[in-house]
Design a protein around this ligand. Sequence first.
Ligand code: 6PG
Length: 258
Amino acid sequence: MDREDTFAAVRVDDDAESVARAVAEAFVEKGRAAINRSGCFSVVLAGGSTPKRVYELLAGGDFRPTLDWRKVHFFFGDERCMPPDHPDSNYRMANEAMLRHLDVSLQLVHRMEGEREPHESARRYEDDLHAFFGDATWPEFDLMLLGMGDDGHTASLFPGTRALVEQTAWVAANWVEKLNAFRLTLTLPVINHADDIIFIVTGAAKAEILARVLGAVDDEATLPAQLIRPTAGTLTWFVDRAAATRLPSKLVPEASTK
Ligand code: 6PG
């Protein structure tokens, strides 16, 4: 599968810091446009470690004054099944890096309840999404931030797991054998219905999987990250040079390399 002739754009910046800054700039730009358009900005935060620097920048002096945070609704793409104060909680990471510094009211932060029984949490989160998006067939988030694991998973859609084929539910309690744990995750149709999707991938450890996901012509689109195909929106990969080393040169637009 070759992304060159499709909807995915690739932006390569020098290092993780410059990628984080570029994503923070895109976040604010899309947030301001959404607020101007509809009065609010619905954004899905990615978990893991890569986005943490983006969140820290957004809560910092350069970016914090540039967006009306009272109009931003924060959602989560996935969550580990654990309390929100657990060191591995995606909510805890986002809260410590950004949310608590923005002083946003709790009504604006739509947390996945990792502390509850997974299927109940998934149902409750889906109810929350329906409350926000009304009777939409699929929720249309303004911005969807995603990371990618070195196995090609994204959100908590791991290769070979049941949630990967879920085409009806908006939120799934997904058993992940390799982790011997449930994960809460938005489903593929929900992710793909977002207006703008941004992948944030940095570091040499992601170079091989990134090349597979983006450039390999002999791979079918079977890896979860390969199934991210916006129905009507945009998809942009924000990557650093270290992660881009294995990408075919045709996928690395000169303009984005400084
Ligand atoms: C999670 C994430 C997951 C993450 C990737 C990459 O809960 O782990 O949502 O999809 O984005 O595993 O994680 P890193 O950014 O830590 O490499």
